[in-house]
Design a binder for this molecule. Structure first.
Ligand code: PDD
Length: 279
């Protein structure tokens, strides 16, 4: 049996229910976090909680009543759901209104929902020789507040669905030739001895994995640059990676119809980083 948590109570997944008058359901009025768990311990939890706090501030959603207990709730959920490696989903919506209204009632209590499932191991950890991702570039269709980790993900879903129908593994968004990020990840590119990633702005989500990867690279003495990346830059890079809490680091092999240089994992920086990723 799989357990969830909804507003103070642990409930089996099959039994958990919310009202359709919850503003998350009516408007997508909510924010979320996806937190990986390795060997029963939430990874980089403090960073995820800080980003959640920022998302709540940015959207004016109140902190849930159980705010200070979130680390303990996550721990309990991990124990109840048994898997050694999990992915915890945490969502806060503005709460349940009495009627549908664009202007929220400031007094409603937020809805706090958590679930967890088994974390699928990064396939490039299990099989480093697996061909890299085949991705499609599309003009970024999203809003101007991609820095908010909002549950409103329709543009990302449409882009990924279309890419998947075309047989592509993933999507990289760009604005007028400049890369923003992946549909569920941040993008890195390696050139000679330096690694570039798109700078933080309202056009990307400031990924926890992005920050972790930048710090891993720093500790290895590798130069990192937070600089705009053009599509042309990606085509010419030695390596391109996509990073997220569930992907960790994954290499890209093909962008549109351009193949990136073929390198064995042992000669690739992404593979070296994966081996120290959890330290
Ligand atoms: N998504 N950019 C976007 C648009 C994302 O959705 C994500 C993560 C990231 C990477 O963020 P982080 O490193 O903190 O996971 C960047 C999660 C995994 C999701 O929506 O499932």
């Amino acid at each position: 049996m799989s357990w969830t948590y909804l507003n103070d109570i642990f409930i089996p997944k099959e039994e958990v229910r919310i009202s359709p008058f919850d503003r998350g359901f009516l408007f997508g009025d909510g924010v979320y976090e996806v937190i990986p768990v390795y060997e029963s311990k939430a990874f980089l939890l403090k960073d995820h909680i800080s980003r959640l706090e920022r998302s709540l501030l940015q959207t004016g959603i109140n902190k849930p009543k159980a705010w200070n207990d979130i680390p303990q709730i996550i721990d309990k959920l991990i124990k109840k759901n048994l898997f050694l490696n999990q992915v915890v989903y945490l969502q806060v919506t503005r709460g349940e209104d009495v009627e549908r209204s664009h202007i929220p009632d400031p007094s409603i209590a937020p809805t706090l929902f958590l679930s967890s499932s088994e974390l699928s191991i990064n396939p490039y950890r299990l099989n480093p020789d697996k061909p890299g991702l085949d991705v499609k570039i599309i003009e970024d269709p999203r809003w101007e507040r991609c820095d908010v980790k909002a549950i409103t993900l329709l543009s990302n879903i449409i882009a990924l669905r279309e890419a998947s129908i075309e047989g592509k593994d993933d999507v990289i968004f760009c604005i007028k030739g400049k890369v923003t990020e992946g549909a569920t990840s941040n993008v890195f590119a390696v050139f000679d001895n330096s690694v570039l990633t798109t700078p933080e702005s309202n056009q990307i989500l400031s990924g926890i994995t992005r920050k972790h990867v930048l710090s891993l690279l720093g500790s290895k003495g590798i130069e990192t640059l937070e600089k705009d990346l053009s599509i042309q830059n990606l085509y010419e890079a030695d390596e391109v990676w996509m990073t997220s809490s569930t992907k960790e680091i994954q290499p890209v092999k093909k962008i549109d119809d351009k193949e990136l240089p073929s390198k064995s994992p042992k000669d690739s920086l992404w593979f070296d980083l994966l081996s120290s990723y959890l330290i």
